[in-house]
Write a new protein. Structure first.
Length: 430
C-alpha cells in the first residue's frame, strides 16, 4: 500500500515539477515538507506529545484559530502543533505560536517522510480542517492508534464528482478516520456515500460562522473617508476580476464622485501587476501597506484606488464598506468566504462561480442576504442599485448578519465530538 502510493505520488510530483518551478512554489520552508526540519523546530518539539492540527492555507488557519482556542481551554496542559502548506498560511499561523504551540510545514505524503515527521511530533490526535485526505499519513497514524478527525468537512459538487470515480480507493482510507465533523447535511451524505462509516459522521455546522471578531486595522479616518463618502470593496479577487471591477468603478465615479474603490486580491503578491493596470488609466494607487506604516496625504490626489497588499487585513476592512463584491466568482475559481462581510451586515454581491461555497451561497440567496450576478455588466448594475438605495443596502446587510448569528456554535459542537473520540481512545483526560 505505502509503496504503491509512493510511486504514484512521485510520478505526480514529476509531472507537476514545471508548474512548481513556474509558480515559484519552492519556498524556504519547502525543505521542511521533505522531512528536513530545522534544529530550532526539533528543539521546540522536544520529544513531547502533541495535538496536531492541520490547516492548509490562510482561510483554514483563520477558521481553525477559534477551534484552537477552544482546544487550549479544554486541554490547557497539552502541547499543540499547527501545520500548513502555504507560506501565507504559515505566516498567519505563526501569530498563534507560543511556548505550547509550534508551527511547521505539513510533510509531503511520502511514507518515509511521514514516518519521520510523525515520530518527531508524537501526535495524540490528528485534526485536519476541511476535507484533506492524505493516504500515507492517515494509514500510518491509524497503524499507530492515533485518532484522526476531519473538522469543518465539506465536499463540493465538483469534488464529489471527482471523488466518485475513485470511490473504491477512498473507502479503505476513510474507514481509518475516527470522526467526520461536516458543515452541512449534504456534505455528510456525500462522505458517507464515498465510504465513511455512517456512525462516525456528524453534521455540526460551519466553523467559519464562529470566526473571531477581527481587530480593526484601519478606520474611516485612516482611509481619509469623509462623512458622505462611499466605499466599494472588491475582496479576494483573481486575475481579470480586478480589471472588470476597475472599469466598473471608472464608469460609476463619473456619477458618484464620492465613491472610492478598494481592491483586495486573493494573492497579495499580484499587487504590483494590478497597480500597473490602474496607473495606466491615470489613477493613483494607494497601497494599504503604506497606510498601515505611515500616514499618506490622500488630499494630494484627485483620483485614486486603494489596493490591499497585506495579509489578514481584509476581514476588518469590510467593516468600512458600503458595498462588497466577493471575488473568485466572476471567473471560475469557486468563490470565496462571504461570511466575513456578512458579519459586519454589509450588502454582498458575488458571481455565478461559487462551487467551493455553494451551500452557503444558496442559503444567502434564499434568505435575500446577497445578490448573484453572471457578468461584469450585471455587477455594475447591482452596485449602482445598491449605491442608490440605502434601504436595499440595509436590508441585505441585516439579513446577512442574521444568517451569521443563526449558524454560530459549530466550534463547541466540534469540541464535544472530539472529546467523545478522545475518551474512546483514552489518549487525553476528558
Amino acid at each position: 500500500m505505502f509503496i504503491i502510493y509512493d510511486i504514484i505520488f512521485v510520478l505526480l510530483h514529476l509531472f507537476y515539477l514545471p508548474f512548481f518551478i513556474f509558480r515559484r512554489k519552492f519556498h524556504k520552508g519547502f525543505l521542511s515538507r521533505l522531512g528536513f526540519l530545522p534544529e530550532d523546530l526539533i528543539t521546540k518539539l522536544g520529544g513531547n506529545k502533541h495535538i496536531w492540527i492541520h490547516a492548509v492555507s490562510v482561510g483554514e488557519v483563520l477558521v481553525a484559530s477559534k477551534l484552537i482556542e477552544s482546544i487550549k481551554q479544554q486541554w490547557p496542559q497539552e502541547r499543540i502543533v499547527i501545520s500548513t502548506v502555504t507560506p501565507t498560511g504559515n505566516r498567519i499561523a505563526q501569530s498563534l505560536a507560543s511556548d505550547k504551540i509550534t508551527v511547521m510545514y505539513f510533510p509531503l505524503d511520502f511514507s518515509f517522510i511521514v514516518k519521520k515527521i510523525i515520530h518527531k511530533i508524537k501526535p495524540m490526535i490528528f485534526i485536519t480542517a476541511e476535507t484533506e485526505i492524505w493516504p500515507n499519513i492517515i494509514s500510518y497514524l491509524y497503524a499507530k492508534h492515533v485518532p484522526i478527525v476531519i473538522v469543518n468537512g465539506r465536499i463540493s459538487k465538483r469534488s464529489f464528482w471527482g471523488y466518485k470515480k475513485i470511490r473504491f480507493l477512498l473507502r479503505s482510507t476513510l474507514r481509518r478516520i475516527a470522526l467526520f465533523c461536516m458543515q452541512t447535511p449534504e456534505d455528510a451524505e456525500r462522505i458517507i456515500y464515498l465510504g465513511a462509516p455512517k456512525e462516525r459522521v456528524k453534521f455540526v455546522g460551519n466553523l467559519k460562522f464562529d470566526e473571531k471578531l477581527p481587530e480593526y486595522s484601519c478606520d474611516s479616518e485612516c482611509l481619509g473617508l469623509r462623512e458622505n463618502d462611499m466605499l466599494f470593496i472588491a475582496g479576494s479577487t483573481h486575475h481579470n476580476e480586478e480589471e472588470m471591477v476597475f472599469k466598473i468603478y471608472r464608469d460609476l465615479v463619473k456619477n458618484y464622485p464620492r465613491l472610492k474603490l478598494m481592491i483586495a486580491p486573493r494573492h497579495p503578491e499580484r499587487a504590483d501587476s494590478i497597480a500597473s493596470v490602474i496607473s495606466a488609466n491615470n489613477f493613483k494607487v494607494i497601497k494599504f501597506s503604506g497606510i498601515k506604516n505611515h500616514k499618506i496625504n490622500l488630499a494630494a490626489y484627485a483620483n485614486y484606488v486603494f489596493l490591499v497588499d497585506t495579509i489578514g487585513d481584509l476581514k476588518s476592512l469590510y467593516n468600512l464598506a458600503t458595498v462588497v463584491f466577493v471575488g473568485g466568482s466572476l471567473v471560475d475559481k469557486g468563490g470565496h468566504n462571504i461570511i466575513e462581510p456578512a458579519y459586519f451586515s454589509k450588502p454582498i454581491i458575488f458571481g455565478q462561480h461559487m462551487s467551493n461555497f455553494q451551500d452557503m451561497a444558496d442559503l444567502f440567496l434564499r434568505k435575500n442576504a446577497a445578490i448573484r450576478v453572471k457578468t461584469d455588466k450585471e455587477l455594475a448594475n447591482a452596485v449602482k442599485i445598491l449605491l442608490d438605495s440605502a434601504i436595499k443596502r440595509q436590508k441585505l446587510g441585516e439579513n446577512a448578519r442574521i444568517i451569521v448569528d443563526e449558524n454560530k456554535g459549530a466550534t463547541q459542537r466540534t469540541v464535544e465530538q472530539i472529546k467523545k473520540v478522545l475518551a474512546s481512545y483514552e489518549r487525553i483526560p476528558v
